[in-house]
Every structure is written in structure tokens, then in C-alpha cells.
Design a protein around this ligand. Structure first.
Ligand SMILES: [Zn+2]
Length: 291
């Protein structure tokens, strides 16, 4: 069997024997309480009546409206929906608690992304501002082993922290037209969304600053080092700088002006491109050959 097919076959076996579960985020909001042994779910905060969606294809196993007790214990689930996902491997149950409205009925089949209710604060929540979805995943049975939902759902990480430029330099800073020089950078991000790209910006004596090239980065936090090269075809003075952008859209430049010059600050670098002076050595023909 060809190597490629071996790998595909191995992946299929892995999927069948372990789990290949991908779920839809049940609500567009922020996870403010994560999964722990005391809280076997995640709490996703969003405004009142924000739509709540089925995380995967399934069947409505149970709904409860107007009840503030869950399965007989003192847990204040409020209005809730329980879905059973028989098509998933492993078979899972998902629970959507504290809903304001329930928009499905028992035994109804639902598909991933279908609205099942709206965000509320029914049951045990923290007052009128506590609108959130308590989202739970169970394996084996409706009250089986609890699973951290972040294992199956990729949530967009809220990030308002600017990335930073750790190092920036251009070498050489004076050269002949046609020669190549190198613009080196090192960048990092601590906000959680990861690095998206570094843009190279250039200005000269005629044109204002403009982006002339970009390096796409694959979401790492860094520090990541990279470089650009340039070789202007016209002699004169040029200035170079970089912009670093994270996946949440926060940006910074080499001056780190969005982080009060932290961790360090660099000015745009000036490069002088000199008109080419010929260094060709002309060897004269022997006059004797013309005589
Ligand atoms: Zn909760």
C-alpha cells in the first residue's frame, strides 16, 4: 500500500477507535468560567436572548421549562435543554442551562448550529447581570463522565493585548544601487490569539509610508524571528519599519507605540542607496594590433 494511503487508513482507524468530535460553539460569547472538578462545564456569558445553538446533530432528550431544580438535586439549572448525540463517537450528551427561552420540543431531531434556545439567567445565576449559558458535555450517559467542552470546541480567544517587536534592524544601511539589504525582526504576542503577520513598511523621498511586503505567521506566540530583503531600483534615501499584527487584530510597530515603548523601542531605519559607480576595469587593446 502506498504511504499516503497507509496514513489515511491509520487516520480512519484512529477516528473509529478514539474520538473525532468537532462541535459548533453553542453561543457567541465569552467563556468566563472554565472546566474544573467543582464546575464540570463552561460558563459562556452573552447578552439576554442571544441565540443558543446545538453543538452537534442530535435528538432532544429532555427539556425543562419553569423548573429550578435539576434531576432532583439542589442544582439550579433553570430552563434547560439536553441533547443526545448518537452519531458521535464516542456518544455524547450536551446540556444547555439557564436559558431564557427554550425553542425545541422533546424527541425533536436537531442539526448542528440549529437554535435550541436563548441566553437567560434562570436558575442559580449571579443576579440580573448573570446572563450566561452553562454548557456541559457528558460521555457514556446523560449523567456520565463530564468532558471539558474546550476539548471539542474551538472558541475564539478574546485578546486585547498588543503584540510587540522584540528586535528590529536593517543591514547594511548604505549600499550601491542594485545591492540587496536585509531587514530583520523578532516579534512576540502574549494576548493569547497568536501572531498573524509582520508587514514591512517603506517610505522614500517621494512617497509616504506604504506596506511593500508581508510575512504570514501561523498563530504562534513567539518570539519569532524573520527577515525581508529589499533592493530599490532608484538611488536615494529610504526608511523602513515593521507592523506586527495578532489574530485578534491588535497591532504594534517597531516603536512599540501601542505598548508605551515596551518592551523596547526602535526607530524606523534609514538606508542610503547610492548611485552605482562603475568599478569595471577596461583593458585597452594593444595599439600594435592596429598598426
Ligand atoms: Zn456553570
Amino acid at each position: 500500500m502506498a504511504k499516503k494511503y497507509c496514513i489515511i487508513f491509520a487516520l480512519i482507524v484512529l477516528c473509529l477507535s478514539f474520538s473525532c468530535v468537532a462541535m459548533v460553539p453553542p453561543v457567541y460569547g465569552t467563556v468566563q468560567e472554565g472546566f474544573s472538578s467543582e464546575h464540570e462545564a463552561i460558563d459562556i456569558f452573552a447578552p439576554l436572548d442571544t441565540p443558543v445553538y446545538a453543538a452537534a446533530d442530535g435528538v432532544v432528550e429532555e427539556i425543562r421549562i419553569g423548573s429550578y431544580r435539576y434531576d432532583g438535586d439542589a442544582y439550579g439549572a433553570g430552563n434547560y435543554v439536553v441533547l443526545r448525540h448518537q452519531n458521535l463517537n464516542p456518544e455524547l450528551w450536551t446540556k444547555y442551562l439557564h436559558l431564557n427561552q427554550v425553542l425545541v420540543t422533546s424527541d425533536e431531531s436537531v442539526s448542528a448550529g440549529q437554535q435550541v434556545g436563548t441566553i437567560g439567567n434562570t436558575g442559580n445565576t449571579i443576579g440580573p447581570t448573570g446572563y450566561h449559558l452553562h454548557f456541559e458535555i457528558r460521555e457514556g450517559s446523560r449523567q456520565g463522565t463530564s468532558i471539558d467542552p474546550l476539548r471539542y470546541i474551538n472558541f475564539y480567544i478574546l485578546d486585547s493585548t498588543h503584540p510587540t517587536v522584540q528586535a528590529f534592524q536593517v543591514t547594511p544601511q548604505s549600499l550601491a544601487r542594485g545591492e540587496l539589504f536585509i531587514i530583520e525582526y523578532s516579534v512576540s504576542d502574549t494576548g493569547g490569539s497568536g501572531l498573524n503577520r509582520v508587514e514591512l513598511w517603506r517610505k522614500d523621498e517621494r512617497d509616504d509610508w506604504q506596506e511593500i511586503e508581508r510575512d504570514t505567521l501561523a498563530g504562534e506566540n513567539g518570539p519569532l524571528s524573520g527577515s525581508f530583503t529589499d533592493s530599490p531600483s532608484v538611488s536615494g534615501k529610504y526608511w523602513y519599519g515593521v507592523h506586527v499584527v495578532d489574530n485578534a487584530g491588535n497591532w504594534n510597530d517597531e516603536k512599540n507605540s501601542n505598548t508605551n515603548k515596551q518592551p523596547s523601542s526602535f526607530e524606523p531605519v534609514e538606508v542610503e542607496v547610492n548611485e552605482v559607480v562603475s568599478t569595471t576595469i577596461w583593458r585597452l587593446l594593444n595599439p600594435a594590433d592596429f598598426l
